[in-house]
Ligand binder design. Sequence first.
Ligand code: NAD
Length: 296
Amino acid sequence: MADIGFIGLGNMGAHMARNLIKAGHSLKVFDLNEDAMQYVAQSGAKTAASAREAASAVDFVVTMLPVGANVRSVLVDDGVIDAVRADTLLIDSSTIDVETARAMHEAAGEAGYLFLDAPVSGGVGGAEAATLTFMCGGEQKAFAKARPILEAMGRNIVHCGGPGQGQVAKICNNMVAGITALAVSEAFVIGETLGVDRHTLYNVMSTSSANSFVLSAMCPVAGPTEKAPANNGYKPGFAAKLRLKALKLAEQAAIMATAASPLGGVAASAFEMHIAHGNGDLDTSSIIKLIKPDIK
Ligand code: NAD
């Protein structure tokens, strides 16, 4: 069993840390929010006074922070990279931009440490149930070393390639999900307005070429599926503001790749407008309200 420093105990990180404890690992945790730390301490983690302290004298450091600037500030500005032991593996599971992920690999490499970018999909439910998918970027030996730790928090652990390529895979997946949410919404508004019942539309699309996870798990209208957030006033789920963050990361990635991404751009603008109308905390599938505000 390993000694693990865990930094960032929010909606995702708290569950992930608790699953590591359940698997028998010893955890030293840090978050800027004292309540978040106390919550995980109740499950048996030791609390640290700083990120640097959480990262010292441990086998692994896991970070689960909001955006790239937070990861850079914890690893570089707060001195985590300087504080860790030579054999410590740094694992960042936050969803961040490819450029920062690559820069963190470089900074860790220069200091002589292994680093793995390992963003996740599966949401808060997957974090709680330890069924997350981890998309990993970094050297094979870093992936092999991290694997048993990641297996305590997830079910599908994938090595996507070299530095930053876990983030690339995650961003590509998220971009498709955002574009699809918009496409499915357009279809329901057109179909219903022209008189086809939503249950019939769902039945046809879910058994034809329009079928997708987004349609079946996040149907944007109430009724056709049991668990859709639309049945519950669009309570997330995956909030629209997180979807916009993902689409913005995809836009940055498209610029890096000098690749045209017109649909990604349209989806990002649509979510930007939807959030400007005060809908950022609603589920992604609420994007249908941008097209037909009074739909339910
Ligand atoms: P969150 O905002 O709930 O938690 C982030 C935590 O980081 C907070 O507790 C905050 O206090 C802490 N934090 C911020 N800056 C810090 C610092 N400098 N030092 C220490 N702690 C700091 O976010 P979340 O929902 O847990 O998401 C974390 C990451 O996982 C994000 O990158 C997000 O995009 C990604 N993600 C989230 C979901 C989801 O459904 N919530 C799904 C997949 C991936």
